[in-house]
Ligand binder design. Structure first.
Ligand code: IVH
Length: 715
């Protein structure tokens, strides 16, 4: 055990090196590196399998293991019996009795591409002789493997995988899982073993962690760790209260006859009372299996359990015996894995972004890391409270994850990898943009810059003013807003209405190479002109008043009916409006009390922008000006209903994705349209966000300040 402290102090182990032959030509350096990798991997193995408390992500572990495999392939003389390439898992914990598995629990080879799968299939074909053979596909559940023994139809023993040969006896704990049958029904063999995966549902995990947070207990990092920690409790009563479940995916050894097809075996087990995954599919060939993988890529997020791949198995189990095992991996199965969604990397520093209302939000600047196929160097940290709660420090090694379409998040620090050099982060005392001392309002969590002339706030406000849910000025994004501001042409949104071709012509950004005014500048002017007729609710949202989201803007428009009405409304009066609370009412009244805002409203009216609202703002305008395309299968409604809802709210429904599509709604299975949308730079949204759009309109599509920032820095 002496090697652990040494390793903890050495961060180098996290760095993978490209395993080209050049790099390892020198056998001496290969020996050193393989020793380093071996002890590092053994350590991480122990953390993962015995302590249920991994320090690095699975993807980083796999990268290190692959590097070691590559070295050992080159220099077989360097392979040692204790190399992690020679076994699966780690020594079981001595706290439970040890169980010798009658047949070892194997591991699965990994495939990452179609080519890998073709090779797997070809190698099997080479051994079995020609012919098409059917393949099954099923989700690879991200939990922990268990082996359950039944005698005369009764559950007699349940064990963990352990190192594959010997596991831990956790029968008492597994008995507490309601989905593990204690006695079987129908016809069953006299004695046999089944194998499956114990997991925790995502929803159960969230609830349990929220509960733990409330009690001040340590939080689990993810459902897998949580499931592993739960079944390995020494007190079964604790296990019994955890939201655990099981899917049986395989027959182990069997004294008695059994079906010779994998799919039929699962049906046979289901008939005895085992919980079998209903998502297992049979494909006549690999093409069908490949389509199913694409289908899963879209759908996996919607399952209430984590999956980390799709397992492919030959359906005919007589072929399993003929093919046998290579090392610890059967030749008749392979696991297809997607690019990792979670990685570990170094948090270089924490920076602070200023939003349009002056609110300061921290974000993480990371050592770039490839996540879900894209390089990530920034991640959101939400707010100061979140940083403190998770104890994230500058210089930490952190776990980063990408979930759905949102920008990556920092899950938390890897505390055991701290060197002592990390620094605790505190929010700045002054605004990073204009150096004005920041303030925190009583009873509010956020810090903000009170200087309404702060350059960053101004640029963000101009951008927000032009947004789709605001004045909808096409072509006025962050970049244009910055050029307009820094050139001095636009300091306040109302200055937009004083722009002309001549004035834009004084700034290089709006000129062609030939020195003429550019097409996009002409479009900008046309867009500004068109915006003059926007409804009051959009204009009120566009003003960027603190706490006034689109919904509040609608209530305000209905209540105040005009800009004049807004400026005359007192906090007391606004508070009476159903849906407007005291903080929001005060914020609005304060805003209209500032002389510069009085001047702003006067100037808007002088430019002819003075919309009147007669009667309540109809919900039927919510999606006016938006064109949406729906693809794939939604869970909460049919595609037809989704399209009807869009039309009812004043939006247009497009048949295909074009440059003028506002957003593509992607349900399960929507593949080719998504590719087209990505190519054209059209926003894709998932069902959750779509449901919000139906409630809040285009405002739901507004990028957050951090997303805007990320897109600028990444561009
Ligand atoms: S079949 C020969 N099917 O993945 C091994 N395994 O790397 C047979 N797993 O620890 C495994 N879901 O616990 C199989 N549907 C599934 C699975 C699955 C999760 C786990 C299994 C094992 C690991 C293999």
């Amino acid at each position: 055990m002496a090697w652990w402290p040494k390793l903890v102090a050495s961060l180098d182990i996290l760095t993978t090196m490209p395993a080209t032959s050049n790099e390892h030509q020198d056998q001496y350096s290969a020996r050193l590196r393989s020793e380093e990798l071996r002890s590092g991997l053994n350590y991480h193995n122990y953390r993962y399998h015995v302590l249920d408390n991994p320090e690095i992500s699975d993807a980083d572990y796999d990268a290190l293991l692959n590097e070691l495999r590559a070295i050992e392939r080159h220099f077989p003389e360097l392979i040692t019996p204790d190399s992690p390439t020679q076994r699966v898992g780690a020594e079981p914990s001595p706290a439970f009795a040890i169980v010798e598995h009658r047949q070892p629990l194997l591991s699965l080879s990994n495939s990452f591409t179609r080519e890998d799968l073709d090779n797997w299939r070809r190698r099997a074909g080479d051994r079995l002789g020609d012919g098409e053979f059917a393949v099954t596909s099923e989700p690879k559940i991200d939990g922990l493997a268990v082996a359950l023994v039944y005698e005369d139809g009764r559950f007699v023993q349940g064990a963990t995988r352990g190192d594959g040969r010997r596991g831990e006896n956790i029968t008492a704990n597994l008995r507490t899982l309601k989905t593990i049958p204690l006695s079987l029904t129908g016809d069953f063999p006299p004695s046999f073993e089944v194998r499956g995966e114990v997991y925790m549902t995502k929803s159960g995990f969230e609830t349990m962690n929220a509960d733990r947070a409330e009690r001040g207990q340590a939080l689990y990092a993810n459902p897998r760790n949580s499931a592993a920690g739960s079944v390995r409790q020494l007190d079964p009563k604790i296990t019994a209260n955890r939201p655990l479940n099981v899917f049986i995916y395989q027959l182990g050894w069997c004294d008695g006859s059994h079906p010779e097809s994998h799919l039929e075996t699962l049906q046979w087990l289901a008939a005895m009372g085992f919980r079998v995954n209903p998502e297992v599919a049979l494909h006549p060939d690999l093409d069908g299996a490949w389509e199913r993988i694409a289908w899963w890529a879209e759908r996996r997020e919607r399952l209430d359990y984590d999956i980390d791949g799709v397992v492919m198995k030959l359906d005919d189990s007589r072929q399993w015996e003929r093919l046998g095992v290579a090392g610890r991996e059967p030749r008749w199965a392979t696991a297809f894995k997607w690019p990792p969604q979670q990685r570990t990397t170094k948090l270089k520093r924490i920076e602070v972004n200023v939003g349009r209302t002056g609110v300061l939000t921290p974000f993480a600047v990371l050592e770039p890391v490839v996540l879900g196929g894209a390089t990530v160097s920034l991640a959101t940290l939400h707010n100061e409270g979140d940083i403190l709660r998770k104890d994230i420090r500058e210089g930490d090694t952190v776990i980063v994850q990408r979930a759905g379409e949102v920008i990556p998040q920092v899950v938390g620090p890897v505390v055991s990898l701290r060197t002592g050099e990390e620094t605790v982060f505190t929010m700045p005392a002054d605004c990073p943009s204009c150096q004005t001392p920041v303030v925190r309002d009583e009873g509010e969590a956020a810090l903000y810059c009170p200087n309404t002339a702060c350059p960053t706030q101004r640029i963000r406000l101009i951008e927000h003013f032009a947004g789709r849910a605001s004045m909808d000025i096409e072509g006025l994004g962050e970049r244009t807003a910055r050029s307009l501001y820094t050139s001095g042409l636009v300091r306040s949104p109302v200055d937009l209405y004083g722009l002309s071709a001549e004035r834009l012509g004084t700034v290089d950004d709006f000129l062609t190479k030939g020195g003429r005014i550019s097409k996009s500048a002409e479009n900008l002017l046309a867009g500004i002109e068109k915006s003059k007729s926007r409804p009051l609710s959009n204009l009120l949202f566009a003003l960027g008043i603190r706490h006034v989201g689109f919904e509040t803007a609608r209530l305000l428009a209905t209540h105040c009916q005009s800009l004049e009405g807004l400026m005359a409304a007192s906090a007391e009066e606004l508070q009476e409006v159903d849906g407007i609370g005291p903080i929001v009412a005060r914020s609005i009244a304060e805003w209209s009390g500032y002389p510069e805002n009085v001047a702003l409203i006067e100037r808007l009216r002088a430019h002819g922008i003075d919309p009147l609202q007669e009667g309540p703002v109809a919900a039927s305008d919510l999606l006016a000006g938006m064109t949406m395309v729906v693809t794939g299968t939604l869970e909460s409604m049919s595609r037809e209903t989704a399209e009807d809802r869009i039309r009812e709210l004043g939006g247009k429904v497009g048949g295909g994705v074009t440059k003028s599509t506002t957003a593509l709604v992607v349900g399960a299975g929507g593949g080719s349209k998504r590719t087209k949308a990505e190519k054209l730079g059209v926003r894709t949204i998932d069902e959750d966000l779509f449901l919000r759009v139906l409630q809040e309109g285009a405002a739901a599509l507004e990028l957050t300040a951090q997303e805007t920032l990320a897109s600028i820095l990444e561009a």
